[in-house]
Design a protein around this ligand. Structure first.
Ligand code: GUN
Length: 284
């Protein structure tokens, strides 16, 4: 029987720490939130981010643009927010409509306001071990592990998925914590036997319930980044929870595992700023 890692509780703890810091230090922070188009899932994410800002004591300013917004209009807005001294962080919810080049958009956000940690400057700093904004989901996973008492140093960590938002920054963060890291992807040969090596298995493949017990070593810690809506309306992850839970030592549920951490870490990025890793109040 695995211990269930309660992401909702840990996220609440982090948001409370952010709120306390804002209150104690009288911080005035503003997050600009940009949503292009009317994707319902994005609208929910953005609403939850604004709600978290209200809770923590961060001012959020919304910019909702129609789905046919041109690159020029969006980039002009980003430029305006870059130059606005009252704005501390800029978040453009992804994905954006296809007429907008996502890569150029990410680069257009000034690195010192890049609270998503997606800009090449932020990613580069992470790679060479300098303080900078960290991508929220992988940084949240580090918090889940540390606050659940999981030792990372020297452990075999296998990550399935090599996206810019999760897999690659996750690998860098685990490396920074002195894990031995393997990153798997669609061309990996014998995925099952590679995963079986893992003391810590982080799954971000985007395929419902793909990872069952045959991929997992007895006693492994299993982190599930996936989230999918099933035919019966229930949510599930990339991990087959019922199959894996009996043999793992710890596991994140879906929902209530990794998901809530992304917003909590966004709050932390906005409150702490780019050099947050120098501030000792939070364990990095
Ligand atoms: N879309 C899905 N996750 C994220 C995220 O963390 N940040 C942004 N900006 N868009 C997303």
């Amino acid at each position: 029987m695995a211990k269930i890692i309660d992401g909702k509780a840990i996220a609440a703890q982090i948001k409370d720490e952010c709120r306390e810091k804002v209150r104690e230090r009288g911080l005035k922070r503003t997050l600009a939130v940009v949503l292009v188009g009317d994707d319902p899932a994005s609208a929910v994410y953005v609403a939850n981010k604004k709600k978290a800002c209200d809770y923590v004591g961060i001012r959020s300013v919304s910019h909702e643009l129609p789905g046919d917004t041109t690159e020029d209009v969006l980039f002009d807005l980003v430029e305006e927010l870059n130059d606005d001294d009252t704005v501390d962080g800029i978040l453009v919810q992804l994905p954006v409509p296809s007429q907008i080049n996502e890569d150029r958009l990410i680069r257009a956000i000034r690195p010192d306001k890049d609270v998503d940690g997606f800009h090449p400057d932020s990613v580069g700093k992470l790679c060479i071990g300098q303080p900078g904004y960290l991508s929220c989901t992988p940084a949240g996973i580090i918090q889940l592990l540390k606050r659940s008492g999981v030792e990372i140093d020297g452990k075999e960590c296998v990550i399935i998925g090599r996206s810019n938002i999760v897999g690659k920054p996750m690998a860098m963060l685990m490396l920074r914590e002195n894990a031995t890291v393997t990153v798997c992807h669609s061309h990996t040969k014998d995925l099952r036997s590679v995963c079986k090596r893992a003391d810590i298995l982080i799954v971000a493949i985007g395929r419902p319930k793909m990872i069952d017990a045959s991929y997992v070593k007895d006693g492994a810690v299993v982190i599930d980044v996936g989230i999918h809506r099933q035919a019966d309306g229930k949510l599930c992850g990339d991990v087959d929870f019922e199959s894996v839970e009996p043999i793992a030592s710890m596991i994140t549920p879906v929902p209530g595992g990794v998901g809530p951490m992304t917003i909590a870490m966004l709050m932390k990025n906005v409150v702490e700023g780019e050099d947050g890793s120098d501030i000792p109040w939070i364990i990095l």
